[in-house]
Design a protein around this ligand. Sequence first.
Ligand code: MN
Length: 679
Amino acid sequence: MSDPLADYRKKRDFAATPEPEPAAPVVRGNDAYVIHRHEARQLHYDLRLEHDGVLKSWAVPRGFSFDPSEKRLAVRTEDHPLEYEHFHGRIPKGQYGAGTMTIWDHGRYELVKIPTWDEAMQRGELKVQLFGRRLRGEWHLVRTQQAKNSWLLFKSKDTYAGPTRDSALGIELATAPACHVPLTTTAMRWQDEGNVASRDTDWLFEMEFEGLRTLAHKRGSAITMPSLASPPPTAIADGLAALRCHEALLDGVLVALEPNGRPTQAALAQALSGAPSKSLAFYAFDLLQWEDYDLRQLPLLDRKAALRTLVPEHARILFVDHVAGDGTALLQAIAEANLPAAIGKRATSHYTSGASPDWQRVRATPRRGSSRRSPTDALPTSEAPRWKPSNLSKVYWPAEGFTKGDLLTYYHAVADALLPHLRDRPLHLNRFPDGIDGKSFYQREVKEGSPDWVRTAPIPHDGAIVLHHVVDDLDTLLHVVNLGSIDLHPWLSRVGSLDAPDWAVLDLDPKTAPFGDVVRIARAAGKLLRGIGLRPLLKTSGKHGMHIFVPLMPGYTYDHSRMFTEAVARVLVRELPDIATVERLPDQRDGKVYLDFLQNRKSQTIVPPYAVRPVRSASVSAPLLWDELEDGDLSPQRFTIHTMQKRVAVHGDLFRKALDDRQDLLPAIAALQDVLRGR
Ligand code: MN
């Protein structure tokens, strides 16, 4: 009998690759699968199914889709040893499969419909049921006649199938604990007279529904609602059975409408008594459990994103959407409809039992007269702006004709996404009172005569105490922009913890180097950082550079973040010596991209995501998905004050994890030392 791993061994030099050298194959339970995200020359995913003591492997260049009509090429590759199930790391340059291997999904699988591997291989058709964090349900692999080892992979039509997405929930479940039995818990309650403002970038706002609050549990087609004495009405149960999962625990409200369209308790009582009701519906606003994961410790925004992907198009089951950051318009609509209130919820809050200050009822106050703006207003503003706009028609970008008013309009539109990245940070201004071609001056200190409602922070600087601006809200943001600030320069640390940076930042600064080199280095940096266990974030600088952020757990100093980033930069220079340098003197850089780690210093600043740059075309610092480095146009002209709004509407704030996903550097430093030693 030949060695199934002969091919695997032949391709690798185990003195040079960190990949596992196989021990003698052991046949185990036969049911594990793993999917590696493999950033080799071409990004692809490797699907590996345990069988007969090895991992049967396919490379899937375009990844997975839950839409059954999207058939993806899967190329059969050599069997891998079982030790590979838990392998992740960086395969050095020059070795087979050089690049970064991360575990993208992991779980168990079952063969379905075709009962044995032998029969499946004979037929060239394999059906598996996957039980992972990202992939669930039945998937179908079919051998094609096109080329040797060529297969097609696609989703079978089942309860998980639905619109295009590459994972069942679209959120990261790594921190969600497993729960193997249905959760039982009491519902979270809002405080009735809280003190949350109707506009707060850390909060989101939902409509309050008049009805019966209840959790709803689904397991297959069995639906229970603990707040009801009897089983839920068939129409509701059928709707919940159609959720795109096997098991889930939802929170929501049962609502029934009067003929005039108003929800009332009387209409609900009638609908629940068994009388036919066309208007009975379940409004779902939270997701506590999905399959065998307890989601209660995940941020509310992630739970809602997951819930949104589960809810099918169904007249009886409705997803309660929200507005983020500014509930003013929602409250006004509620007041105009003579409804009582909205519910404000802290966007990062966990789900807890009982009353919580993280959920607050916000009463809508009926207004007399109209508070709508007159159509002649040049700018959208808060109802009573405290800042006074000036010179709105002054041209700031002469070649394009963009004005200061355009700039203010842009910042107003992206404020929800931008403000969390500015909050609590000392800010330096760079003022261009006559636009990008005029004189400019850099300003740390708040000038005399600054309005007293603008938050300031006293910061020691050169032996003196210097008052800095701190931008926490929309009015202050528009005030500093109105002063002629085109981009914004916040610190990497916050008032109250000025010595503890929130991010380690690597700035790829090309000066005259080609943009393609920046992209290549960013790709290598992403691979390296993921290879040592981190989850970095990427954005364009808004000019021709890129910024890479690693959010840090509290407790690290600027010395830590700078030394770490310097080590990363030096590994990258060693890897790409022809295009990357850490040379500080610009005329000694030989046209290479400068890897600047020196910004990791107290009182240094970095432009935040969504900041406009004082350059041609009014380009903007744009958060990117790492996969966007693989293809597509990333030139600064693509992300401008005229295109960014739509991108934010589609993707939300792609940089939010810079605030939420704080990471531990210590294990990464240990892993980086291995890389430096030449592994
Ligand atoms: Mn591969």
